[in-house]
Design a protein around this ligand. Structure first.
Ligand code: ZN
Length: 214
């Protein structure tokens, strides 16, 4: 798998600092589990965070803090050996944890034109959804009021900017107006996060917007 569209340093830094809304963190974590390049970059930002902690002045904790922590560890049941993860599905591990399984566990809802979505439970600062776009189908032409991250999990789509396939992330902001089209051959499944409603040009998608929280 060759990934050509990666996360920005800005997003990786915000992720390392724990500053992203949950929906964006999920997309970042899912991409990291597919992309060695971004994982290496994320590790270097983690190292910066570690260095900052090392340099930070110490704040004393309660005198018995260490003893109490150790006592609790004693009480923890011995963890079972981790089960090997099945690699059969298309969902990266962080997404499997969210959905409670792979593709068959998703409860899709129709949004029109053959497109289906499933909104994932995250905090309300941003929305995460799975999108199912049948091969050859276009998502209505839209712009963005905020940030939109789209990670391809199956198939591929193309828009005015480029072509995106499994593992690729498209980072869209206010400047981008696009019409993503799922390429022929395989239905396209994506994980997308948005922090503001999209701006649709067409009337019908605009009317349907509040219904689908898109
Ligand atoms: Zn990457």
């Amino acid at each position: 798998m060759t990934i050509r569209h990666h996360l920005s340093d800005q997003l990786l830094m915000a992720y390392a600092a724990g500053q992203l809304p949950e929906a964006f963190s999920l997309v970042v974590a899912a991409h990291l589990s597919l992309c060695d390049d971004c994982r290496a970059q994320a590790d270097s930002f983690d190292a910066v965070g570690g260095a900052v902690l090392e340099e930070a002045g110490e704040i004393a904790m309660g005198e018995d803090a260490l003893a109490r922590t150790l006592a609790r560890i004693e009480w923890l049941p011995r963890a079972a050996a981790p089960k090997p993860r099945r690699a059969a599905g298309i969902f990266p591990a962080p997404l499997v944890d969210y959905v409670g399984g792979d593709l068959p566990a998703v409860r899709w809802r129709r949004v029109g034109g053959g497109v289906r979505q499933a909104i994932l439970p995250t905090d309300r600062d941003a929305t995460a959804r799975l999108l199912y776009i049948p091969a050859g189908t276009a998502v209505p032409d839209h712009g963005h009021r905020g940030l939109e991250l789209t990670l391809v999990l199956q198939g591929a789509f193309a828009d005015e900017t480029d072509r995106f396939s499994r593992g690729d992330v498209e980072i869209a902001d206010e400047a981008l107006e696009h019409t993503p089209v799922a390429l022929a051959g395989q239905d396209c499944i994506c994980l997308a996060a948005t922090d503001a409603p999209l701006r649709f040009r067409g009337l019908i998608p605009r009317l349907a917007q509040p219904l689908f929280r898109i």
